[in-house]
Design a protein. Sequence first.
Length: 335
Amino acid sequence: MARIGIAGSGTWGTALAIHLSKMGHEVRLWSALKDEIEEIGRKREHRNLPGVDIPEGISCISDDQELCADADVVILSVPSIYTRSTAARLRPCIAKDQIVLCVAKGIEEDSLKTQTDICQEELPQARACVLSGPSHAEEVSRGLPTAVVVGAHDKATAEYVQNIFMSPAFRVYTSSDMKGMEVGGSLKNVIALAAGMSDGLGYGDNTMAALITRGIAEMSRLGKAMDCDPQTFFGLTGLGDLIVTCSSRHSRNRRAGVLIGKGMGVKEAMDEVHMVVEGVYSAKAGLQLARKYGVSMPIVEEVNSILFEGKSASDAVRDLMCREKRVEHAEIKWE
Ligand SMILES: NC(=O)c1ccc[n+]([C@@H]2O[C@H](COP(=O)([O-])OP(=O)(O)OC[C@H]3O[C@@H](n4cnc5c(N)ncnc54)[C@H](O)[C@@H]3O)[C@@H](O)[C@H]2O)c1
């Protein structure tokens, strides 16, 4: 049995708490928002996971020391825009070599840091690692079969975390390519916005397949330029997560995209979804990365034009379709 502190009682932190508690681990679920965590503790239910019981064994807390004290793993599960402030707040409570597992998905605008980069900057004493993959909280909290990946700098840490999380309903692979996992996990939200827009415009399955396939091509091209392993982008944290986010009714990025495709303004669409739409932030970071590394990312560029320059989604699709002619894979040469 391990002691786990979970920082962030949103839907994902709560789903992980339920999963880990059912496995017999000692789980403390923490929120910076006192009212929220008190409500979860009282009702033993999360408002975005209706009908799912929160086991009595999970302690619902708001004290920083209590969250981290003696924890074998501290999980950072706040939305990515709050990762830096939360990590900085917890700095005095994290011990040397304590494992801090980042499960949020996003690249910071301007600094272009991944979640584990931010964690390592704010918590230099910690051992930062990452868990990612196609894993909607609504399904994990109900014990539906799910497969994810844990990435760490060293094999021993990755396997330690793998052992803690692995169950018959939750299969965990390991990887040393943390950056590839994090770049893929963040940029898939941008492609999911585009996929939602396509559905909102009334386009069909052909359009969706094109967006997913050309989306992964953009992501892996960028990853290669950033020294990630291209294979990572065709695994669970890349293509796997891209498929689920582009097609699932649980995806908030896809939902926001549908509303924008139907003609709603970006701010109104974000408000309507009632949750942080991380793809909007990752779109900016994705474009900044594309420019920094000199990589062509036409879908990410068009999503930025729609989100921040008022371009219509239908004009963006027309411009993508009418780009100059190309070969599909530049690496495959003619005889
Ligand atoms: N929901 C999923 O299915 C899922 C699955 C895998 C990964 N993730 C990732 O996990 C992260 C969290 O997602 P989520 O679905 O739990 O988000 P969420 O929108 O449910 O989380 C909101 C929570 O963030 C916390 N919060 C709000 N304001 C805060 C502040 N100022 N400082 C600190 N914390 C604050 C609160 O606990 C709030 O409940 C995201 O990066 C997401 O991409 C989510």
